[in-house]
Design a protein. Structure first.
Length: 314
């Protein structure tokens, strides 16, 4: 059965085998982050409503669980900000009645300032909020938020959530060269992180072409330096490592590689073009494209309409 709201399961370095749930239409978000794999998009949504019918999601999940082995996590993520769906709390509650599989929510943290939102997430096992900047200028440049969103409220929301939540919290920071890695910002990060309760910090970085042409990946050596700086200040920190080769990605198949290369031999295509043509899930496709670029099978081009992938020998 082809699912509309479920994707995967995918092997994840952070979560093991994770079954994804996408609760909102593509690029429904209150941020327009410069690193977003969904591309550069507008308008910015900040209204919480039932974008995707919760009962339809549950129907698909019941069908999946009845016919497949259990994943290690059921994860709310996907095409934008999942907490914008006003029934995420209801879904978490109902999924807990269906299965003992752990539930993870990946969020940009913008709604955590809302007490009701924090209450909705209380039954999750793991929440992965992000905090990509602690200085206003960096926040505006990286996240490009809806005008009603304030950095101070995001930090306060994460702080309150840490005080109230009984599960695990992996706090993600997306590091970007020459934006949020200054001495001033790192010192401010340490100061603020020491006031927040979380399980650990996870440093992430660009691994595929970004919507903005000037952004480039941060060197692993610099990420290691930042990790060590945080750890020296008593902050448990790790780097999210990416799949580098076919051998590392156990789900990699020659059939899917051929599916992608056959398309790109004909014409250069965007991420969304490839996703639509191949039917591959977003995270799975992202892993394939990352590996194929690194191994020199395909390459990227920056065009007026955005980032295109093309066969290396085309």
């Amino acid at each position: 059965m082809k699912y509309k709201y479920l994707f995967g399961p995918v092997p994840s370095r952070r979560l093991g085998i994770s079954l994804g749930i996408d609760l909102i239409p593509l690029k429904t978000c209150n941020f327009n982050c410069i690193y977003c794999e969904c591309g550069d998009g507008a308008p910015l949504y900040n209204e919480r409503k039932e974008y995707i019918e919760a009962d339809e999601v549950l129907k698909e999940l019941k069908e999946y669980l009845s016919k497949n082995s259990k994943p290690e996590y059921i994860t709310f993520s996907g095409s934008g900000e999942p907490t914008l769906n006003s029934r995420i709390g209801y879904l978490i509650q109902e999924i807990k009645k269906l299965t003992d599989v752990k539930i993870c929510v990946i969020t940009n943290s913008t709604n955590l300032v809302n007490k009701n939102m924090r209450e909705e997430l209380r039954n999750a096992d793991l929440v992965m909020p992000s905090l990509n900047a602690v200085l206003e200028k960096s926040f505006l440049k990286i996240n490009r938020p809806n005008v009603n969103i304030k950095l101070s409220e995001i930090i306060e929301g994460i702080r309150k959530f840490g005080d109230e939540f009984q599960g695990e919290i992996y706090l993600e920071i997306f590091m970007i060269d020459e934006i949020n890695d200054s001495k001033e910002e790192l010192e401010e990060f340490v100061k603020i992180l020491k006031t927040i309760k979380f399980t650990k910090v996870q440093l992430n970085s660009l691994d595929r072409p970004a919507p903005v042409s000037w952004e480039s990946p941060m060197a692993m050596e610099k990420l290691e330096t930042i990790k060590n700086y945080f750890k020296e200040n008593g902050i448990e920190t790790e780097i999210i490592k990416k799949y580098k080769s076919k051998n590392e990605y156990k789900a990699y198949t020659e059939d899917n590689e051929k599916l992608i290369t056959n398309l790109l031999c004909v014409r250069p295509s965007t991420f969304e073009d490839i996703k639509e043509a191949t039917g591959l899930d977003r995270e799975i496709l992202g892993n394939y494209l990352d590996i194929m670029v690194k191994e020199g099978i395909i390459k990227t081009l920056m065009e007026e309409r955005g980032i295109f992938y093309t066969y290396r020998n085309r």
